[in-house]
Ligand binder design. Structure first.
Ligand code: PGA
Length: 250
């Protein structure tokens, strides 16, 4: 039986005072949840603050990107070992905003994935199609390509130490959620694709749905057999909403 996981993706939002108020409320409201794992992925400068606010709580934390390199002359980049020093459990990799705005290729994402696994971080690998790709009927092709790049580099066994997040690009920040059936269909496809390489890894793989998950649609999405929780953007910045979504997974 897979546990549910709800992860907040703060994106480039946050201020010290706001973060503190948000996390204190979320920490208090999720205190008694036992069946759901919760985490927040925050901007790099706040990792230290989040570490001290969440230490000893049920909420884990992580980053939203990292370099594939261990160290070196890479101005502006952040290494996996640095994330570990701040207690990160997770790192989001290949988010569609990184792929689209910063032109991260499948190969670069696969290198980062490999590097995260080697460092003991749990990568949250984001995959998903654009609206044009969905309309063109190539959703499965796109998701398979993104997934296969990682499997080709790290092997299917690496997915036993990772999380996959299916995030249709057209549903991110748009208020337009995939219907539970639409999401379930792609989640099932992802699990089948992994199962073709390793049935046991596929059965244990945590596959999150992301894209306009809100308190009013979370329970319906999480009830689907292959949806193991959510990657939450906008709603993770509102304490009551994020706690309510965690509660839907509990
Ligand atoms: P959203 O973002 O919940 O605001 O749609 C999800 C994400 O980009 O991870």
């Amino acid at each position: 039986m897979r546990r549910k996981l709800v992860v907040g993706n703060w994106k480039m939002f946050g201020r010290l005072a706001r973060n503190q108020a948000l996390l204190e409320t979320v920490r208090a409201e999720t205190r008694n949840f036992t069946n759901v794992d919760c985490a927040v992925c925050v901007p790099f400068p706040y990792l230290s603050q989040v570490q001290s606010l969440l230490n000893g709580s049920r909420i884990a934390w992580g980053a939203q990107n990292m370099s594939q390199h261990e160290e070196g002359a890479y101005t502006g980049e952040v290494a996996p070992g640095m994330l570990q020093e701040f207690g990160c459990k997770y790192v989001i990799l290949g988010h569609s905003e990184r792929r689209a705005i910063y032109l991260e290729s499948d190969e670069a994402v696969a290198e980062k994935f490999e590097s995260a696994i080697k460092s003991g971080l749990t990568p949250i690998l984001c995959v998903g199609e654009t609206l044009a790709e969905r309309d063109g009927g190539i959703t499965e092709q796109v998701v398979a390509r993104q997934l296969d790049a990682v499997i080709a580099k790290s092997g299917v066994q690496a997915l036993a130490k990772a999380v996959v997040a299916y995030e249709p690009v057209w549903a991110i920040g748009t208020g337009k959620t995939a219907t539970p059936d639409q999401a379930q269909a792609v989640h099932a496809f992802i699990r089948q694709r992994v199962a073709a390489a390793d049935g046991k890894v596929a059965a244990g793989l945590c596959i999150l749905y992301g894209g306009s998950v809100k308190p009013n649609n979370a329970a319906e999405l999480f009830a689907k057999v292959d949806i193991d929780g959510g990657l939450i953007g906008g709603a993770s910045l509102v304490a009551e909403d994020f706690a309510a979504i965690c509660s839907a997974g509990n």
